[in-house]
Design a binder for this molecule. Structure first.
Ligand code: 2P0
Length: 322
């Protein structure tokens, strides 16, 4: 038996991934830009065991069946195909991020799984190879392989769609925990619904391409204000394209909207703070590290907060035998 342990952190996109051009290779319609956090790690152990008849998934100490296990099995099929092994594995995952609440647990989850599975099955992958592999599990996981700020290039095929690090100004993110219950509609399903039914989808794709270019130049220039404005606008556009689906879909709650308003009011007072939210009600506020306490205090009465900074990329912690 061979086992490997890997750790990865969630990431929050400043320019979002929302929509696929190819679901089987998991290629996105547009590129995206994110910050990998230094909080809420996922740690995953993959033990390759030729005696197993199928892959096992143990999530937070509990054996899981159904869709989560099948998704892991399909992912490991890719790793087996690349390594030439037919053996199944036991996958044990410990998440510290509230699962499926729009705080990117699939990003840290599939990045950690990619690292642990590649090591356990003996694949020798560089950062780009790991990012491409993680992408096959969950698109946003391609970015959690990368430390700090990452651009995920949309690419045109499996080889050209990967994330890599970009230089960026010093930033913090104040993560608000508005509601961490599991969401009713998964990102994957909501994305599919958006592509098929939202009349604004073509405008979302074209405007996101432009936002990504502007955001990358703001990053390179160290322009926090411009980057923040682009991030907030892009997030609200994503929620707009989602809210135009049929049947309707909405992830933001009244408390999320209240936080967006409070952040706008902070800006009126001269604090550089910008709100974003993924597929859930938990707003994340982008700000300078020295302003994070002020931002957290502004939100204190509405939701608990955790302040995050740029975190490490995917780490393989152990492989036995070495
Ligand atoms: C993002 N999200 O860029 C966007 C913003 C949520 C909102 O990527 O189908 O779990 O596994 O590729 O990566 C969530 O979608 O979707 C996501 P799949 P994923 O972070």
């Amino acid at each position: 038996m061979t086992h490997a342990i890997a750790r990865a952190h969630p990431n929050i996109a400043l320019v979002k991934y929302w929509g696929k051009r190819d679901a089987s290779a998991n290629l996105p319609a547009t590129g995206s830009l994110s910050m990998t956090l230094d909080v809420f790690p996922t740690t995953t152990t993959v033990t390759v065991d030729p005696v197993l008849a199928r892959d096992l998934l143990v999530l937070g100490g509990e054996e899981r069946d159904g869709v989560p296990r099948e998704r892991v099995e399909r992912f490991l099929d890719l790793v087996r195909a690349a390594s030439g092994s037919a053996a199944h594995a036991r996958v044990e995952t410990v998440n510290t991020v509230p699962s499926a609440a729009g705080l990117a647990s699939s990003a840290s989850g599939f990045a950690a799984l990619a690292g642990a599975a590649a090591a356990a099955y003996g694949l020798d992958l560089d950062e780009r190879g790991l990012s491409r592999l993680a992408r096959r599990g969950s698109g946003s996981a391609s970015r959690s392989v990368i430390p700090g700020f990452a651009v995920w290039h949309a690419g045109t095929d499996d080889e050209t769609s990967f994330a890599e690090q970009v230089p960026a100004p010093d930033l913090a993110m104040v993560v608000t925990m508005v509601d961490c219950r599991e969401k009713a509609v998964s990102s994957r399903e909501a994305m599919r619904r958006t592509v098929l039914t939202s009349p604004f989808y073509p405008a979302w794709v074209s405007s996101t391409r432009q936002s990504l270019e502007s955001a990358l130049s703001a990053c390179a220039a160290g322009d926090v204000e411009r980057l923040g404005r682009i991030a907030e606008t892009n997030a609200l556009r994503m929620h707009a394209v989602i809210q135009a689906c049929d049947p309707p879909l909405r992830y933001l709650s009244p408390a999320s909207v209240e936080i967006f308003d409070r952040i706008a009011a902070l800006r009126e007072r001269g604090i550089g703070a910008y709100a974003t939210a993924d597929a859930g009600p938990n707003v994340v506020v982008l700000t300078r590290p020295e302003d994070a306490t002020t931002v957290a205090a502004e939100i204190a009465g509405l939701a608990e907060t955790v302040t995050a900074h740029p975190g490490p990329g995917l780490q393989v912690l152990e492989r036995v035998p070495r």
